[in-house]
Write a new protein. Sequence first.
Length: 201
Amino acid sequence: MKGRVMMRSYNTRKSYLPDKFSVTHLFLAIQIVIFLLMTLNGGSTNVLTLILFGAKFNPAIAQGEWWRLIAPMFIHIGFTHILVNSITLYYLGTQMESLYGSLRFALIYLLSGLMGKLMSFAFNDSISAGASTSLFGLFAAAIVLGRQFPYNLGIQQMARSFTLLLFLNFFSGFFRYTINCKIGVVTTDSAQMKPAFDTDV
């Protein structure tokens, strides 16, 4: 009952300015620091750098490196990838965290990402990284709230405002995947194959 009262009085204008510890800001800081470190160590589009920093790499996971199912959520391939995902995480994350609470927000984000990486591990051999499946989990959580509180104007406004972010995240990921983020080069002169990798879309 108390939760429903809080939902009725929810004000979207306040949710972007948390007055206490924010898991959203922690996740943002982690992925930005990792991106900067990758940039200084060969670049975020370098296959060896991706593997070194924990991208989803099926042979390593099969050998017991299960942490690679979590780490890729904080790894991004290229500046556009981290820019779009960071903007989406900031606006979507601050709102969802204020509604669900830090612990439940973190669980939604991490479990959504974990399920996405498990599916990728099962059906895709490419090296991959990105937080898109985690973000889509947050979008799903927003949809659930919209359906559960159809008469809350604040939540309905929030759900509509996130529609643009949803399409931006989806189509930018699709564009990266189809244009320049599916790489598998065979250099015949040295008989060396570079493994394929893609962003998490």
